[in-house]
Structures are given as structure tokens and as C-alpha cells.
Ligand binder design. Sequence first.
Ligand code: HEC
Length: 158
Amino acid sequence: MKQTLTLAVGVLALLFVGAQFFQPDRTNPPLEPSLTIESHLSVPAAVDSLLRKACYDCHSNETRWPWYSYVAPSSWLVARDVEQARRHLNFSEWGRYRKTKAMTTLESLCDEITARTMPLSQYALMHPSAQLTQQEIDLLCEWSESQIAAILSADNNP
Ligand code: HEC
């Protein structure tokens, strides 16, 4: 019995060590200042700091890779989240969005944080300060609405 346990622990340890050789891609694409959201929308400092605190690690090219993104198997999960998150919404590449995509993204930004589905729960668990308060949610929603309005009015006054 004891021997089986020792063997099982040994096999697990070997698997863990072996897994470390499979490192995911943790690159941050170079930042293009002309494409960032600040270059296209008005982003007050308070909004900027909230987005950076709670969203930028997944939804930007300025990811601060946490220590657990260097240890398999969590490294694979983090890298996959960041890859998918950037594909859906990348604040560093906002300039690539057409007006409709920009507006629907701003709308779903408010929807996701109101439903508390963003930031992802596993992220909020590891980054308690990223858990948004109701006040912070209200601020971000007011901001996103104001930016939708700004895009619409820019459309009407070419
Ligand atoms: C730990 C990574 C992570 C963090 C942090 C995070 N997100 Fe996400 N987000 C994702 C992933 C992955 C997806 C795509 C898959 C999904 O919908 O679950 C996503 C999808 C979204 C979408 C959907 C985009 C669309 O196509 O409609 C919005 C909006 C969004 N996130 C907003 C936010 C906001 C705002 C924050 C900060 C308050 C945030 N997210 C923080 C990982 C993250």
C-alpha cells in the first residue's frame, strides 16, 4: 500500500516536472500608440486605471504575466484566456475596430461587468483588487455610454 502511494507520488512529480517543458506563448505584441483606446476615445484617468487594474492583463498587449503563468498546468490556462480575451477585445488595438464593433464592445463591456462575468472569477480570485465595486461598475458603465454617444454624434457631424 505504502509502495503504491510512493509510486503514485513519484509519477505525479515526474509528470509535473515534464509538464514544465511545455511553455505556452507569453508574448506581448509591440504596442502601437496610434491604435490604443486612448488615441481613439476619451479615457479619463479614473477609467484608465480601472481598466488597467481589472482588464488589461487579458484584454491588452500590456499583459503583466503573473508567476502562475510560468508554472504548468496553470500557465496553459492563463495563456489560453489571454489569447481568447485579446481576440474578443483588445484595448491596445482599439483603432482596428469599425464603429459598430466599437459600439457593441462598449455596450457588452458594461453588460459583462454588471453581470459580474468580467473580470473572470479565477482572475478576481488571484487579484482581489480587480473585483469591481458597484461604484466602479457604475463609473465604467457611465463612461461606456458616454463614448457610445460620442461615436454616434461624430457619425452625424462628419
Ligand atoms: C483573466 C482574463 C480576463 C480578464 C481579467 C478580463 N477578461 Fe474579459 N474576457 C476574457 C475572455 C477569455 C473572454 C472571451 C471568452 C468569454 O467570453 O468568456 C472575454 C470576453 C470579454 C468581453 C466580450 C467581448 C465580446 O466579444 O463581446 C468583454 C466585453 C469583456 N471580456 C470585458 C472585460 C472587462 C471590461 C474586463 C475588466 C473589468 C475584463 N473583461 C477582464 C478574459 C478576461
